[in-house]
Design a protein around this ligand. Structure first.
Ligand code: ADP
Ligand code: ZN
Length: 731
C-alpha cells in the first residue's frame, strides 16, 4: 500500500526508493527541514549519490543514528500519491521490481542538475569561418530543430562528429553556446477557443465524454469510428473540457510520424503547441517537459508510450489513439502494454480514458461488451466522404510471370488513376528489397549468425540486415555456406523491390517509397508525407508506415500486394491483426470528396478473414473471434503469461524450462496450466537460445503471485535470463 502523503519530521527514519537495481527501498534519515512523502531526493549509496523518491516510513529497525541522512531534496514538487500508487500497481501487475518501474518515471536527463551548471548549444546567426563536411553535419542537425537546445555530447552524437567540431563552430557564432536556462514555460493553451462545429453523432459522443470528465472520477470509453469519421475532433472536445477544469491531459500516439500532423491540429484548436515526449525530442526538451509536467505547468502532453510514466500532478484524461496498435506493447526491458497501463494509471488518478480506434482490439471490444468500458460509435465518415469499396483480386486467375507481383487487374486500376490525376498506394508490409536471399548453387538462405532469422537485403542501404537484432553486413560476394560466387539471388518481394516493379510498369509516373529504413529522421519523413499529400507523387509504395493516420487527400486506390501475408502461422491473434491492418490501410483511400477503392490480392478469397474484411461487418467478425478465444480460454477470456528463458547454451535453457514445468504446484493451485517448454517463436536472438513456457489461467485467477512463487523455486544459472510477459502479444 502506498503511504499517505505526509511530512516526516527532521531526523525521522524514512524509506527511499532508488532507481538502483535493488529489490527494496533503503532507509535514511530525514534532513533538518523534514521531508515529504514522494519528495525527489539525492541519497548517498556507498561512495556515490543516487536519485530516489521518499516512500513512507523506514522498514528496518536500525537505530536512527546509524542511518545516513538524505543528502538533498530536489527542487521539484513531490511525486503525487496517485502516481506512486500506479507505480506499485503496475510493478505488481507486470511482475517488475519496483525500482525498475521507478526508473521509467525518472527518465529525465539532467534531473537534479541546477540550471546554469551545464552548457548547451543551439543554432547561431553567424557563418562558420571554414566549412567542412563534419561542420556541415552539425549545422544540419541544428537547422532541423531551430529553437532546440542540445547538450554537447548529444549534439556531437547526433551529428556523428567529435565534440571538438562543435566547439570549433562556437567562435564564429555559427553555433551558440550558453548556460542551460531555467526551463521556459510552455505557452498556455486556450480551451475556450471554439472547435469545428460538430456533426450530430460527433456532438453526441463529445457531450457524453465531456459529461464524464465534468463529473470526475475514473472511467474508460471505447470511441470507435471508421477512419475519417472525426474521432480526433471528438476527443479534442474532451481534451478541452479537461483543460477547462484545470486538469492535465495526456494524448498517446503510436508513432512519432503521427505527431507532426497532430501537433498542427492541437495548435489550430487550442492556439499553441502541447508539450512533447518521445524519442525524437532533444534531451533539453525532455528535461523541460518532465519538469513542467511535475510542476503542473504543462497541461497537455502528446507522447509515445513512455509518457505514461511522467510525473503528472493532476491527470484528468488519457487518450490512447489507435488503441489497437501493437507498438503500444513494450517488448524490451519492462514488458507492458501502454493501453492497459493507461487504464491502470487513470484508475489510480481518478481520470477518464478514451480509447480511439477504427478497428478495436479484441480486448477493448470485449471489455465494452462486458460493460467494463463505455462505448461510443461514429458510424459514417465526416462530411460527404464515403468508405472505400473493397474487392479481392483472385491471384489464381491472374496471368503473372514469376518474380512479378502487380496483377494485370491492379495495373489497369492504377493506370485509370494516373489518367484521372489521382494517387494510388501499393501496400506491402515488408521492409527491404527481398525477404530471402538464397544461394542458387547450394540452396541455403543467408541467415543472421546470431539469430534464428534470415538476413534481409536492403538495396537502398546496400546491405543485408537482420530484422531481429538490427545487425547489418555488406552483401557477400560469395555464398557464406558453399563459397560459390555470383549465385546469390533475391527471393520474394519487399517494398523496395515493389518500387522497382512499379517503376518498370509505369516509367512515366512519379513514385514515392514510404518505409522506415529510407528516412534518417522524423523530419525527413514528415517532409515526404507532406509532399505526397500535396500531390507530389502518382504512386506511393509503402509498408505499414502508411497504414496509420496520414491524410492523403488525392489517394483513391489502395492495392494490397499480399493480403494473405499474416494469415499463416499458428498465432491466435493473426486473424485479428490482418483484419485490423487491411481495414486500416484500405481506409487510406477516398477521404475528402473522392470515393476510394481497395483491391486485395489474395490466393484464398474464400478465407473467412478475407471475407470478413470485404464485408466490413466488423461486429460479427469480432464476435466470432471472441467465441473462438472464449472456447480456448485465452485472452481476453482467460489470463496468459509467456515465460522466456534464454541462455547461450540451448540445453541449459531447456533444463531450466523443464525444471519449472515439473514444479508446477504454485500454478496448479490457482487453476493455471503450463504449456512447454518449447523453442520460442524466435528461437535464437543475439546468440542466446530462447525457450518458452506458456501459462494459461482462468480470468479471475491471481496469476501474478502464483507466477512469482513458481519461478522463485528455481535458482537460475548465472548465464540464464528469465523474463515474464503478462498478456503476451503472441500465443
Ligand atoms: P478520425 O480521427 O476518425 O480519422 P478526423 O478527426 O481526423 O477523423 O477527421 C477526418 C477529417 O475530417 C479531418 O480532416 C477533419 O479535420 C475533418 N473533420 C472531422 N470532423 C469535422 C467537423 N466537425 N468539421 C469540419 N471538419 C471535420
Ligand atoms: Zn540477428
Amino acid at each position: 500500500m502506498t503511504p499517505m502523503s505526509r511530512l516526516h519530521p527532521p531526523g525521522a527514519p524514512v524509506a527511499v526508493l532508488t532507481t538502483q537495481p535493488l529489490d527494496r527501498a533503503l532507509d535514511y534519515r530525514a534532513p533538518p527541514g523534514g521531508v515529504q512523502d514522494g519528495a525527489f531526493v539525492e541519497v548517498p549509496l556507498g561512495p556515490r549519490k543516487v536519485l530516489g523518491v521518499v516512500w513512507g516510513d523506514a522498514a528496518g529497525d536500525w537505530p536512527v543514528e546509524k542511518l545516513r541522512p538524505i543528502a538533498r531534496i530536489l527542487n521539484v514538487p513531490p511525486m503525487g500519491e496517485a502516481f506512486r500508487d500506479f507505480l506499485e500497481k503496475s510493478a505488481a501487475y507486470t511482475l517488475t521490481p519496483l525500482p525498475a518501474m521507478l526508473r521509467l518515471g525518472l527518465r529525465a536527463p539532467g534531473l537534479g542538475e541546477t540550471p546554469g551548471k551545464r552548457r548547451v548549444y543551439a543554432i547561431g546567426t553567424g557563418a562558420p569561418d571554414r566549412v567542412t563536411p563534419a561542420r556541415l553535419k552539425v549545422i544540419d542537425v541544428l537547422r532541423d530543430r531551430p529553437g532546440d537546445l542540445f547538450a554537447l555530447s548529444e549534439l556531437a552524437g547526433m551529428a556523428e562528429v567529435s565534440t571538438s567540431v562543435v566547439k570549433g563552430l562556437v567562435a564564429s557564432g555559427a553555433v551558440l553556446e550558453q548556460d542551460m536556462p531555467r526551463d521556459a514555460d510552455f505557452p498556455p493553451l486556450d480551451p475556450k477557443r471554439p472547435g469545428k462545429p460538430l456533426a450530430p453523432d460527433q456532438q453526441q459522443a463529445a457531450d457524453t465524454l465531456q459529461a464524464a470528465i465534468a463529473s470526475g472520477g475514473y472511467g474508460t470509453t471505447l470511441l470507435k469510428g471508421v477512419t475519417g469519421s472525426g474521432k480526433t475532433e471528438v476527443y479534442l472536445e474532451a481534451v478541452a473540457e479537461c483543460l477547462s477544469h484545470g486538469r492535465q491531459v495526456l494524448v498517446l500516439l503510436p508513432e512519432i510520424a503521427l505527431t507532426a500532423e497532430f501537433l498542427t491540429r492541437v495548435k489550430a484548436r487550442f492556439g499553441a503547441h502541447p508539450a512533447e515526449w518521445h524519442s525524437g525530442v532533444t534531451q533539453s526538451e525532455r528535461r523541460r517537459c518532465w519538469a513542467k509536467v511535475a510542476s503542473g505547468q504543462a497541461r497537455l502532453v502528446v507522447g509515445a508510450r513512455s509518457s505514461l510514466f511522467l510525473p503528472f500532478q493532476d491527470l484528468g484524461l488519457i487518450v490512447v489513439d489507435e488503441e489497437h496498435d501493437t507498438s503500444y506493447k513494450q517488448e524490451d526491458g519492462v514488458l507492458y502494454s501502454a493501453r492497459d497501463m493507461a487504464v491502470l494509471r487513470a484508475s489510480c488518478e481518478g481520470a477518464q480514458v478514451v480509447l480511439a480506434t477504427a478497428t478495436p482490439s479484441l480486448e477493448s471490444w470485449a471489455n465494452a461488451e462486458l460493460g467494463k468500458y463505455k462505448r461510443l460509435d461514429l458510424t459514417s465518415r465526416f462530411g460527404d466522404a464515403v468508405l472505400p469499396k473493397l474487392r479481392t483480386v483472385d491471384m489464381r486467375d491472374e496471368d503473372l510471370p514469376g518474380g512479378r507481383w502487380v496483377s494485370p487487374t491492379l495495373k489497369r486500376e492504377i493506370e485509370t488513376r494516373i489518367i484521372a490525376g489521382e494517387q494510388s498506394l501499393i501496400f506491402l508490409n515488408r521492409r527491404g528489397y527481398a525477404p530471402v536471399t538464397l544461394c542458387r548453387a547450394c540452396g541455403q538462405q543467408v541467415a543472421c549468425h546470431q539469430c534464428d532469422a534470415r538476413m534481409v537485403e536492403h538495396r537502398f542501404l546496400k546491405r543485408l540486415m537482420c530484422h531481429q537484432c538490427g545487425e547489418t553486413a555488406p552483401m557477400p560476394p560469395a555464398c557464406p555456406s558453399c563459397g560459390v560466387e555470383g549465385k546469390l539471388a533475391a527471393v520474394g518481394p519487399g517494398v523496395e523491390r515493389m518500387a522497382e516493379e512499379v517503376t518498370a510498369l509505369f516509367p512515366e509516373a512519379r513514385i514515392a517509397i514510404l518505409s522506415s529504413d529510407l528516412f534518417g529522421s522524423a523530419r525527413a519523413l514528415k517532409a515526404k508525407v507532406e509532399e505526397i499529400a500535396r500531390g507530389g507523387a502518382d504512386i506511393i509504395v509503402g509498408t505499414q508506415l502508411v497504414a496509420k493516420g496520414h491524410n492523403f487527400p488525392h489517394l483513391t486506390l489502395v492495392g494490397v500486394i499480399d493480403a494473405d501475408l499474416g494469415l499463416q502461422g499458428s498465432d491466435l491473434r493473426a486473424a485479428e491483426r490482418t483484419f485490423q491492418l487491411m481495414r486500416q490501410v484500405s481506409g487510406r483511400a477516398g477521404r475528402a470528396d473522392k470515393p476510394g477503392e481497395a483491391l486485395l490480392q489474395t490466393y484464398q478469397p474464400e478465407h473467412p478473414v478475407i471475407r470478413a474484411i470485404l464485408s466490413g461487418d466488423e461486429e460479427s467478425f469480432l464476435r466470432e473471434e471472441a467465441d473462438q478465444r472464449r472456447a480456448a480460454g485465452v485472452p481476453p477470456y482467460g489470463r496468459m503469461a509467456g515465460i522466456v528463458i534464454s541462455d547461450p547454451d540451448a540445453a541449459t535453457a531447456f533444463d531450466v524450462g523443464n525444471a519449472l514445468a515439473r514444479r508446477s504446484q504454485p500454478l496448479e493451485s490457482v487453476g493455471a496450466e503450463i504449456y512447454g517448454p518449447a523453442p520460442a517463436p524466435i528461437a535464437r536472438i543475439r546468440g542466446r537460445h530462447r525457450v518458452r513456457l506458456l501459462v494459461k489461467a482462468p480470468r479471475q485467477a491471481p496469476i501474478q503471485p502464483a507466477l512469482a512463487a513458481w519461478v522463485a523455486q528455481i535458482d537460475l544459472p548465472r548465464s540464464t535470463r528469465l523474463s515474464i510477459d503478462i498478456d503476451p502479444q503472441s500465443f
